[in-house]
Design a protein around this ligand. Structure first.
Ligand SMILES: O=C[C@H](O)[C@@H](O)CC(=O)C(=O)O
Ligand SMILES: [Zn+2]
Length: 274
């Protein structure tokens, strides 16, 4: 079963006026991982699409998605898949890949229908593409590892870059996940924006009762989303994206837009935030 929800692009002046319920309706992705279903959020931020596929005993195929009006979803798109569940298998273009927890799969434009099987909980990210790059399974050891932060500032973390220019080529997608070192709680502080690229965070590996206080909004108009395990925050180009967890967490960041330069960020120091 496939269900798709559309999220329109929100102007920052509109976002300032929103209460909790509206902020969550526009910027939070809840219930993406439902057993036996593929659930997608088709956004108008660079037409970036995110979602979840949970096979739960029977294979699930991602093929035609009405919103794109193409013969198959990947006809003019690339896809990044992260398995945040148990062992699973993904098949496309007559090939298949065994995916363990934390493995990332890149499927290039034109890969055709994609089938998900096994105990995997597959996080899906997709953006329009202009050429085909080879399909590739990327393991944590193949990722580019960047250590950031310090225990004194409670933000010691490891940024694992998977779909990233130092590892492989892609059209728009840049994707990886950041693991917090035990005892550290803050991600992406100092915060940043990048008007050239939108971004989405998918928080996972959290205890069910834990929450991340995710900060969003223009740097001088911050708002927050209280986020549970396996929920996503949509970050428009004008928004910061940063958070502090009550307990441990990992988050998948994925971006699409005008460049694939991960370091192209406009930093905002804590003293400038409001
Ligand atoms: O544009 C890059 C993204 O916001 C994240 O990769 C940042 C991040 O993982 C972190 O600082 O912890
Ligand atoms: Zn960012």
């Amino acid at each position: 079963m496939l269900s798709v929800e559309t999220r329109h692009a929100i102007h920052p002046e509109h976002a300032r006026t929103m209460g909790t319920e509206e902020l969550r309706r526009h910027f939070l992705g809840e219930g993406l991982f439902a057993p036996g279903e593929i659930r997608l959020i088709y956004t108008h931020y660079d037409r970036f699409t995110l979602g979840g596929a949970v096979p739960d005993g029977a294979p699930l195929t991602l093929d035609k998605v009405e919103e794109t009006r193409t013969a198959t979803f990947l006809e003019r798109r690339e896809l990044g898949v992260v398995n945040i569940g148990g062992p699973g298998k993904v098949s496309a273009s007559g090939e298949s890949w065994e995916m363990g927890r934390g493995d990332v799969l890149y499927l290039g434009m034109g890969a055709g229908p994609v089938t998900f099987e096994g105990e995997g909980r597959f996080y899906l990210t997709s953006a329009p593409a202009h050429r085909t790059f080879p399909n590739r399974l990327i393991k944590l050891e193949d990722a580019n590892r960047v250590e950031l932060g310090a225990a004194e500032t409670s933000n010691k973390r490891i940024i694992n870059q998977f779909i990233h220019p130092t590892v492989m080529e892609s059209c728009q997608l840049v994707l990886g996940y950041t693991q917090l070192v035990e005892g550290s709680v803050w991600n992406t502080m100092p915060a940043h924006t990048h008007d050239r690229r939108m971004e989405a965070y998918l928080y996972w590996g959290m205890a069910p009762e834990s929450r991340v206080m995710h900060l969003m909004g223009e740097p001088q108009e911050t708002r927050h989303l209280v986020i549970a395990n396996e929920e996503a925050a949509l970050s428009p180009p004008w928004s910061i994206h940063s958070g502090a967890g009550i307990g441990g967490y990992t988050f998948i960041w994925a971006m699409a837009g005008d460049n694939v330069d991960y370091t192209d960020m406009d930093f905002v120091q804590p003293a400038e935030l409001k």
